[in-house]
Ligand binder design. Structure first.
Ligand code: SF4
Length: 522
């Protein structure tokens, strides 16, 4: 590290410490001008919420963690990598901020319905390959990597990787149990550059029901040790029809804050994997409710929450295909997104830059800018024809068993119905809050007609926390109406409360086998 950057990092560390003593109101006032430059109100709330969370936690964080947050996240991620990213943008037409990598599908747990037991458990990504990918990532200006799986901590060599690339930040999606069993918290504190996000299903009943008896206690122990060591960490949840309201309740989120979590990730159940089940997906009302709650939680809870689908407003829509991120699975297949399990390239025989330049990825990126309503950003569940068209046109191969079921037949028809119903809600919320309605400009790709639009979001969109009641939208699709009604019944039974935990767990058990990518660890 050059002398200039050492001085800069020392200055930022000192500033962060001074800010940690500042009243919240003063921080809000001082950052007002900068925040006004952020396009959407949701984006301003998100950044302000993150700054406050960091400010409140700062002095309780381990000094190594503080140092690495400044050096890696502020210095390398935001400042030093800028030139490299400009170069990438000019050269490739994209410069992703991060990528997700799944070094292994192995796991120490056998959760109900988990897909990983069915997937290839040999680790095609050996240490040398992972090391090469990290080096190429930094050359491309990427200093932030999300590690998923399987359970990442089954591989001890990952700790060596994190240590070797200590100028990068690694966010690790984990079931948390090995943090407890292997006593990893002190080692993570020493490293400082790892942000664990622990998957949890709710309270003890829900978590043990799905992940095995005793898992919840190990997770609690892991969180306690991470908090004690001053590690910046979070939780990760999968909202389904049965737990959506509980997971966004003040009670559950406050509980996670008390346990020391600083970030809460929400990954809506997705019908992907070997036995996808659309009945587990949240209804349109539930998704709209979660959208509203995210806005409220950011203003009222001492934690930063993010919703991978409903936060399209923060990211300007879908971020897949290398626009902001992509996924490398444990076989080395490069997928546009963790949930879009199709690939044309494998990282074992191509460089990071080469895979980002595939026609498949480039076409996906070119379509993202056309999607006007960022409340339905997803080419898998909101605009399923976009994914199908791309897979067909570019000959992308399913990179996980069962991925192809999204393309045709019963599952495809069900996803189409869900997308149509969500469109009615999302378009209403979007336009009522100042978004410009989408229009069909007749764009075609392959042999299929695809709806897209030429509009972009209005700058005057109101905060989602002030959204009008969405119940005003009357369901139009008969088959979806019955699902919606059914889910309302469920909602009334699952409103957050520890006392309802058993009911929820029983319901999940009673449903068909849960089998999805994100139901486990993202
Ligand atoms: S494809 Fe869907 S899930 Fe993947 S990044 Fe885009 S919006 Fe998110």
């Amino acid at each position: 590290m050059s002398f200039k950057y050492k001085v800069m990092n020392t200055g930022i560390l000192g500033l962060a410490r001074a800010v940690s003593y500042m009243p919240d109101q003063l921080l809000t006032t001082l950052s007002k001008k900068q925040l006004e430059k952020v396009r959407f109100p949701e984006g301003r709330d998100f950044i302000l919420s993150f700054m406050k969370t960091l400010k409140h936690r700062w002095r309780s964080l381990n000094p190594n963690v503080r140092k690495k947050l400044v050096e890696n996240m502020v210095g390398n991620y935001f400042i030093n990598s800028r030139e490299k990213r400009y170069k990438m943008e000019a050269e490739l037409g994209c410069s992703p901020l991060l990528f997700v990598i799944s070094p292994s599908m192995r796991c120490n747990l056998v959760c109900t319905g988990c897909y990983s037991a069915h997937y290839d458990r040999s680790d095609a990504l050996d240490y040398a390959t992972l090391d090469r990918i990290m080096r190429e990532a930094k050359e491309a200006g990427i200093y932030y990597v999300v590690v998923s799986g399987g359970e990442p901590f089954v591989r001890d060599d990952l700790m060596t990787l994190f240590e070797k690339h200590n100028d990068m930040t690694f966010m690790v999606y984990t079931n948390g149990t090995l943090i407890h069993t292997k006593k990893l918290a002190p080692k993570l504190a020493k490293l400082g550059n790892v942000v664990p996000c622990i998957s949890i299903e709710g309270y003890e009943a829900e978590t043990d029901e799905r992940r095995g008896k005793g898992t919840y206690k190990k997770i609690m122990s892991a969180m306690d040790s991470l908090k004690k060591e001053g590690i910046f960490f979070g939780y990760s949840v999968t909202p389904t029809k049965f737990n959506n309201e509980m997971l966004v309740s003040d009670e559950f989120v406050s509980f996670m804050v008390k346990k020391g979590a600083s970030i809460g990730w929400y990954f809506n159940y997705m019908p992907v994997g070997r036995q996808p089940d659309t009945d587990l997906m949240t209804s349109p009302e539930q998704r709209a409710y979660r959208l509203k709650r995210m806005g409220e939680l950011r203003k009222t809870q001492d934690i930063t929450v993010a919703d991978f689908w409903n936060d399209g407003m923060l990211t300007g829509g879908c971020i897949s295909g290398g626009r902001s991120y992509f996924h490398i699975n444990s076989s080395g297949d490069v997928e546009p997104c963790v949930f879009a399990q199709f690939s044309v390239d494998n990282i074992l025989n191509k460089s990071l830059k080469e895979v980002l330049m595939s026609d498949f990825f480039r076409s996906i990126r070119s379509r993202q800018g056309e999607m006007g309503n960022h409340l339905r950003p997803c080419m898998i569940i909101d605009r399923p024809q976009v994914l199908r068209d791309h897979v067909l046109r570019f000959g992308a191969k399913p990179s996980q068993p069962g991925a192809e079921t999204l393309l045709t037949g019963k599952l495809a028809a069900e996803v189409d119905g869900i997308a149509t119903e969500w469109k009615r809600y999302a378009d209403k919320i979007w336009t009522e809050n100042g978004g410009i309605p989408e229009v069909d400009t007749g764009h075609h790709i392959g042999d299929n007609h695809v709806i897209h639009c030429t509009t972009t979001a209005s700058k005057t969109v109101k905060p989602v926390a002030t959204l009008k009641p969405v119940a005003a939208v009357k369901p139009a699709v008969k088959t979806v109406v019955s699902k919606t009604v059914a889910s309302k019944t469920v909602v009334s039974k699952t409103v957050a409360s520890k006392s309802t935990a058993k009911t929820n767990a029983t319901k999940i058990k009673g449903s068909r086998n849960i089998e999805s990518t994100q139901i486990v660890d993202m």
